[in-house]
Design a protein around this ligand. Structure first.
Ligand code: NAD
Ligand code: UD1
Length: 337
């Protein structure tokens, strides 16, 4: 098939690109490199020994996007492009609504112009808001606690309505839990621009000596060790879920939301210990107050992905830490400048 990846140079996009090329699909990556580097694409080309098309552009530039889509004629679009930092979204909400919501509208219009009716969308477990029960299944009520979460929720609604209005349309909303880790080669991985907001990249930067101490946000939660519990999912498993979702979108009509998680919760201290084991380094940490907006525990009911996509997570927390450490230690400055 012909697969168009918006944001394909980013963290999850580059790992998915690798899987999609390995499955012998033809690919076009559309990215403005606002949060990524072309170097990631060069490394995927090296790893797969496969060529693919790239177009540099912003998804909000409808002329550029419509031209790229009309020329490439994709069977399925996988839509990663967007902004993802929760704190920044609170400070700059318009930037988030513009990129994530207007950007998606622009993409759907360009897809219609190019006669493409199938999309796989990067949603997030953030659309469940404060958990009312665990594990979270896809029928859990939806809400948002910040502008980033609102944008994911809005795009989910837009895609649902788009599918209702178009007989031939198909949308798969993949609700990611906490993606971490890197490709086994250590050649591609997560490369945050600033001080990482998320746990795993912060822990790896402490291990490699770029930061001194991890702050553990909250030690008095109602969890086995008092620290926050999350469902960490290996980025390679997540990439494989996209490959399965592409096949599903090509064969089905309508809109489906599907969790992508392992179903297993790990605490902050579980992650610290697993990373220490993987890296052979100690991770100094101090207990700090809870981070505003955090919940005690969040983990997926992953059965729907198994039933609809035939997909299951295969990698555990140790695999996630080993691969993250390989990437971090081989590339202490990420992709560099
Ligand atoms: P990322 O920032 O590494 O990748 C996003 C890519 O999109 C980057 O290459 C960036 O340059 C590009 N991009 C951003 N805005 C663009 C625009 N207007 N036009 C063209 N390209 C643009 O992020 P990621 O971690 O790979 O996340 C991918 C998607 O998954 C995002 O939509 C994110 O919200 C979603 N998601 C991520 C996580 C996570 O923990 N990483 C969790 C849930 C959902
Ligand atoms: C965060 C976002 C979520 C987004 C996800 C993936 C918030 C409130 N939520 O989820 O919307 O989809 O990232 O991008 O920002 N922790 C520490 N010290 C740190 C960093 C994190 O103790 O330096 C703890 C957190 O309190 C939490 C756990 O580690 O208990 C995981 O945090 P993080 O990696 O930021 O992910 P989420 O908060 O689950």
């Amino acid at each position: 098939m012909r697969i168009f990846l918006t944001g394909g140079a980013g963290y999850i996009g580059s790992h998915t690109l690798l899987e999609v090329l390995s499955a012998a699909h033809e690919v076009c990556v559309y990215d403005d490199y606002s949060n990524s580097a072309p170097a990631a694409l060069a490394r995927v080309e090296q790893l797969t020994n496969r060529k693919f098309k790239t177009v540099t552009g912003d998804i909000r530039d409808q002329v550029s996007l419509a031209t790229a889509l009309t020329e490439f004629k994709p069977d399925v679009v996988v839509h990663f492009a967007g902004k993802k930092a929760v704190g920044e979204s609170v400070e700059k909400p318009l930037m988030y609504y513009e990129n994530n919501v207007s950007g998606t509208l622009s993409l759907l219009r360009a897809m219609e112009a190019a006669g493409c009716n199938r999309i796989v969308f990067s949603s997030s477990a953030t659309v469940y808001g404060e958990p009312q029960y665990l594990p979270l299944d896809e029928n859990h009520p939806l809400s948002a606690t910040n502008p980033y979460g609102q944008t994911k929720l809005m795009v989910e609604h837009i895609l649902r309505d788009w599918c209702t209005a178009r007989d031939q349309a198909s949308a798969v909303l993949l609700r990611y839990f906490n993606p971490v880790g890197a490709h086994d080669s250590g050649m591609i991985g997560e490369d945050p621009n600033d001080i990482p907001n998320n746990l795993m990249p912060f822990v790896s930067q402490v291990a490699v000596g770029r930061r001194e101490t991890l702050q553990v946000f909250g030690s008095d939660y109602d969890t086995p060790d008092g620290t926050g519990v999350r469902d960490y999912i290996h980025v390679v498993d997540l990439a494989k879920a996209h490959a399965a979702a592409i096949v599903y979108a090509a064969a089905h009509k309508g809109c489906e939301a599907i969790n992508v998680g392992t179903g297993q919760g790990s605490s902050v201290l579980d992650v610290v210990r697993a990373f220490e084991k993987a890296s052979g380094r100690s991770i100094p940490y101090t207990m700090a107050p809870r981070r505003p907006g955090d919940v005690a525990a969040l983990y997926a009911q992953p059965d729907k992905a198994r039933t609809l996509l035939g997909w299951d997570a295969e990698r555990d927390l140790a695999d996630m830490c080993v691969s993250a450490w390989k990437w971090q230690s081989q590339n202490p400055d990420g992709y560099g400048d």
